[in-house]
Design a protein around this ligand. Structure first.
Ligand code: 6GU
Length: 495
């Protein structure tokens, strides 16, 4: 590959004699030529800039000087006009291809460019010639990029990131290093090019460790010395997902759900990212969902969500009129406004997907005194731990069912309830009634530490339903191996 860098500070690029890029040049893998732009000036002061049309601060680089220089290095100049001082630059680039003409790319670093990415570096590594036009001052006259685009040259105005540098030279160093290391033969072990940050997986790289095994009191994670390759691979993937979720939410939002297995989704869920079911109008992508306490402003949206999701949870034999009557009697915006206004009695947690609004909520009814169990005349007998609160509603939009949002809501509800006291006594239990026929819901609750305690009857309009009562003990576990927050007599939830 041939790379030409045009700059008024050629010495800035002396670093390209060093390290792998320097070796690639000496080995003939990279034909890198650095040119002084002033060699194409014709005046005594070797002027490259002038004042901006339209006024304003600073100076702008002249298009005529750039045009002569670029024509020479791109080989777009008539042969007779090759500038004498352009070093060894001649009109031609790499070896002429037998069929396709060589691919020459003009790169113009500028803070107003498109982001320079690994994907662009990989694409550029397949070009025959890159020309980097390093601007200084307020930049290069805009007609330069326009002109070369019009003459059929591939032009990219590129930026390194959202900050301002004084010129394009640092970007030239970045582009040369990012592209050169991808050229065949430049990196000794091409395996180190896979599994990198910004590779195909769309994840940041996992953390790496070497000897000594303990340093500054810090031990290398045990799994890495276990010799279990499967466990190491899973740990590294978990770390990559967690890092990416913490540091680069923009990358998580671009992940392809088809490439995410159950374990991946569990890691992302712990960081607040969930994959909805595919919608007709959009490919599924992970969505950031934050579980928070409800506020008065949520009343209307929660009523809408409840009216949309409640019918889906009803058994098929229930009459539509009964379902609608229940919604009107219990799930209007006015009801939610009342729940949200009374936080001694009600705990409302909302799974908030940002612009998409709430995608789920839980409603918990708290006892006002330690002896009172809300709405529980027929439940008191089976719920022995006191005081106990009723987990009255767990609703999740259909698109997010099975995504892990319900689990995140349940975990947050359990954690909130465990922190509440009634008459100075910590809440001891959270109980719920769920339709006996809904085995899926029961499995999900038991994964989150609820155990079946008994049955109760429950009226929806004209139909008498039978509910399974399930209880989650909120008291801290005791004894060896007990994890904080794990219910007594429970196995640890598997998700
Ligand atoms: Cl490519 N050039 C300049 N001058 N500033 C920058 C940049 C480039 N990328 C980020 N900031």
């Amino acid at each position: 590959m041939r790379i030409d860098v045009l700059t008024i500070f050629p010495a800035y690029l002396d670093a390209l004699d060093l390290s792998l890029v320097g070796k690639a040049r000496r080995d003939g893998l990279l034909d890198l030529r650095v040119h002084d732009l002033r060699d194409w000036t014709t005046d005594r002061h070797r002027t490259v800039d002038d004042t901006p049309f339209g006024g304003g601060a600073g100076m702008v680089m002249r298009p005529d000087v750039w045009g002569k220089a670029l024509d020479d290095v791109l080989g777009t100049a008539p042969a007779a006009e090759v500038a004498p001082a352009a070093g060894t630059a001649r009109a031609a680039g790499a070896a002429p291809a037998a069929t396709a003409p060589p691919r020459r790319v003009l790169l113009v670093p500028t803070p107003s460019g498109e982001r320079f990415t690994q994907a662009l570096a990989e694409d550029l590594a397949a070009a025959d010639q890159l020309v980097l036009a390093c601007g200084r001052y307020e930049g290069i006259d805009a007609r330069v990029a326009e002109h070369y685009r019009h003459t059929g040259v591939e032009v990219h105005e590129i930026s390194l990131g959202d900050y301002v540098l004084n010129g394009g030279e640092v970007a030239a160093l970045v582009v040369v290093e990012a592209v050169a290391r991808l050229l065949p033969g430049v990196i000794g072990n091409p395996a180190s090019l896979v599994e990198e940050s910004h590779g195909a997986a769309g994840l940041l790289e996992y953390p790496v460790y070497t000897k000594p095994p303990v340093w500054a009191g810090l031990a290398v994670p045990e799994v890495l010395t276990s010799g279990d390759h499967g466990k190491v691979a899973r740990w590294r993937r978990d770390q990559a997902l967690a890092r990416t979720a913490e540091r680069r939410p923009d990358m998580v939002a671009r992940l392809d759900p088809a490439a995410l297995d159950r374990a991946d989704r569990a890691v992302l869920g712990r960081h607040g990212w969930f994959v909805p079911a595919p919608a007709a109008d959009a490919a599924p992508a992970p969505v950031r969902v934050r579980v928070r306490r409800g506020t008065a402003a949520d009343a209307a949206a929660l009523a809408e969500l409840a009216a949309a999701t409640f019918p889906l949870a009803c058994p098929p034999h229930m009459a539509e009129a009964d379902v609608q009557a229940f919604i009107a009697a219990h799930l209007t915006a006015a009801h939610f406004a009342a729940y949200l206004a009374d936080d001694a009695r009600y705990l409302v947690l909302v799974a908030d997907a940002g612009r998409a609004g709430p995608v789920g909520y839980t409603l918990t009814v708290l006892p006002l005194t330690a002896g009172e169990e809300p709405d529980a005349a027929d439940v008191a007998a089976v719920v022995t731990a006191r005081p106990a609160a009723e987990l009255s509603k767990v609703y999740v939009r259909p698109a997010f069912q099975g995504s892990g949002v319900a689990g995140a809501l349940l975990d947050a509800t359990v954690a909130e309830a465990a922190g509440r006291a009634v008459d100075d006594r910590q809440l001891a239990a959270l109980w719920l009634g769920t339709n006996k026929a809904n085995r899926r819901a029961q499995r999900s609750y038991s994964r989150h530490g609820f155990v079946v305690a008994g049955l109760r009857r429950f009226r929806v309009g004209e139909s008498l339903e039978e509910d399974v009562v399930m209880v989650r003990d909120l008291r801290p576990a005791t004894g060896p191996g007990a994890a904080p927050g794990t219910a007594v007599g429970e196995t640890t939830p598997s998700r």
